[in-house]
Design a protein around this ligand. Structure first.
Ligand SMILES: Nc1ncnc2c1ncn2[C@@H]1O[C@H](COP(=O)(O)OP(=O)(O)OP(=O)(O)O)[C@@H](O)[C@H]1O
Length: 516
């Protein structure tokens, strides 16, 4: 039986109430003062005895009223706290000064794989260390959003802690908040990801693209690695995104990496992450790599043909073992990532020239997908052009709605070295120029025609020896090769000479700074 009794603040009141119960041989379960009232919980008694008890309490000096209540305030508070703890997605746990686990919500139990029996038991030392609980107790200060590795679950978590102080201002316990790194990533993905791209976003009218799309739809559901080939701007990234959206991993993250846009040394730490202090400039607390970030989802390695041979070896190992190791760490982490790679390079030639590892090539080329260039599917041009026209006209609020016949012919006759991206740009430029509803041929500015491949210039200066003329040609070849493969080693592999010969020749022609 639980009673609520508004009362005066009088010394001895609780003793008098207890006396009423003692006289009748009824035991007290709990007594609590709250907000000008006494709450009392005692063992249950018969209906008649309850009535008599209530009358006796009313007669106690200082008691204003006596009413039955369904719950004691401390129980209500505890239940509300439990409901709050159970409803949050973050893991919350409370540990006392002796390291004993006193509270653990369902999320914490799930993230840290703790059983119900863990309550009222000392938290394992390694776990208390990883969760920064011991440091919080020792140093008596809070930690905010630290990424820590939890050995027992083999994964990283984000942890914040707060010490609880006793009356002597000593740390008497710790409350820790734990978030699974995967939940953090899912949140980031939700906030930062744009609208997902699906196969329905890929426009086509040509049988060639119909065939590719049919293949891609079939491949989407598989977990195998896809290698998308095609010239620049043919829609490789669009297909990679659609493959992800159409896969069982669609709810997880899609992580695109442009391998050509990041310098080699940086790409290694971006892909694999690093531990604190792994190198000068490494961020405090280390950083997870893109492989880890993409865990559960899809990693899109764009321009895969551009990565160095050193990184190719590391990538191959990661793909084979399905494990990655952060730079400066000895710990390997399992990763479950689907790889979609793309390139506009002739990887087979690169393999032949030893610029691309053959084993990595086969590992990536499990499902090849070839996107034809726009000039081989001119049927797609009107559809794409009209789609881009609508998009840009709406965005720029111009009245352009259609193409004249000549404009469309001009678009279809062009060779489109930049493919769909170039078409998109041409239409955007045209929409900016047009005043009326129709786009005419004058509004369509196409790229400058490519000059015909120039043959090495032959200079008819009769006093030049054969050797001198050959040297000029050699110089042109070296210059052109170094522009395409800006490393002596790679240029050497292409030209079939050693990299030291390349360097020697570069120095000879003043194409390489001399040693100081
Ligand atoms: N079939 C298509 N339908 C609609 N838009 C397309 C289509 N193909 C490509 N695009 C658009 O063309 C542009 C270039 O596509 P994307 O970036 O996917 O090409 P890419 O082959 O990955 O290029 P790069 O080789 O330069 O990385 C994007 O804006 C894309 O949305």
């Amino acid at each position: 039986m639980r009673l609520h009794m508004p009362c005066d603040d009088r010394l001895g009141l609780v003793r008098d109430l207890a006396g009423v119960l003692v006289e009748r041989g009824v035991s007290i379960i709990a007594i609590e003062m709250d907000n000008g009232a006494v709450y009392l919980e005692c063992q249950s008694v018969s209906e008649a005895d309850a009535q008599e008890l209530i009358l006796a309490f009313r007669r106690v000096r200082g008691i204003h009223r006596v009413a039955l209540v369904p719950a004691m305030p401390y129980k209500e508070r505890a239940e509300q706290l439990q409901a709050v703890l159970a409803s949050v997605r973050d893991g919350i746990l409370a540990v006392n000064a002796a390291g004993v686990l006193k509270q653990c919500n369902t999320a914490a139990a799930r993230i840290l794989q703790l059983s119900a029996e863990a309550i009222d038991q000392a938290l394992p030392q390694a776990l208390a260390d990883s969760l920064l609980i011991n440091r919080t107790l020792r140093e008596g200060r809070s930690f905010g959003d630290c990424e820590v590795f939890i050995e027992s679950i083999g994964s990283y978590c984000v942890v914040s802690t707060r010490p609880l102080y006793n009356e002597q201002a000593e740390a008497a316990g710790v409350v820790a908040m734990v978030r699974d790194i995967r939940d953090v990533r899912a949140l980031v993905q939700k906030v930062t990801a744009g609208r997902p791209v699906s196969f329905a976003d890929i426009s086509f009218a040509s049988p060639a693209m119909e065939k590719v799309l049919k293949q891609a739809r079939r491949y989407a559901s598989s977990d195998s690695t896809v290698l998308i080939r095609g010239e620049t701007g043919t829609g490789k990234e669009l297909f990679a995104r659609a493959l992800h959206s159409g896969s069982p991993r669609s709810k997880a993250i899609f992580v695109p990496v442009n391998c050509a846009a990041i310098p080699d040394t940086l790409l290694e730490s971006e892909l694999f992450g690093y531990e604190e202090g792994a190198f000068t400039g490494a961020a405090k607390g280390g950083k997870p790599g893109l492989f880890e970030l993409a865990n559960g989802g899809t990693l899109f390695l764009d321009e895969i043909g551009e990565i160095s041979v050193h990184l190719q070896a590391k990538l191959l190992r990661a793909l084979q073992d399905k494990r990655v190791r952060r730079l400066g760490s000895s710990r390997e982490l399992p990763v479950n990532v689907r790889i979609v790679a793309a390139t506009n390079r002739e990887l087979e030639d690169m393999v032949r020239l030893r610029l691309f590892r053959e084993d990595l090539y086969y590992r990536l080329n499990v499902i090849p997908l070839y996107l034809p260039p726009l000039r081989e599917r001119t049927e797609d041009i009107p559809l794409l052009a009209e789609q881009f026209l609508r998009r840009f006209a709406d965005r720029l609020n111009t009245p352009a709605r259609s193409f004249s016949r000549e404009a469309m012919v001009k678009l279809q006759q062009y060779a489109w070295p930049g493919n769909v991206r170039e078409l998109e740009n041409v239409i955007e430029r045209a929409v900016n120029l047009v005043d009326g509803p129709e786009m005419t041929a004058e509004h369509i500015y196409l790229g400058r025609p490519k000059p015909a491949a120039v043959r090495p210039q032959v200079r008819f200066e009769t006093y030049q020896t054969l050797q001198e003329r050959l040297a000029e040609v050699e110089q042109d070849i070296l210059q052109e090769t170094m522009e395409r493969f800006p490393s002596a080693r790679r240029a050497g592999a292409v030209l079939g000479i050693s990299h030291t010969s390349v360097l020697k020749k570069l120095r000879k022609y003043g194409l390489w700074p001399d040693k100081p």
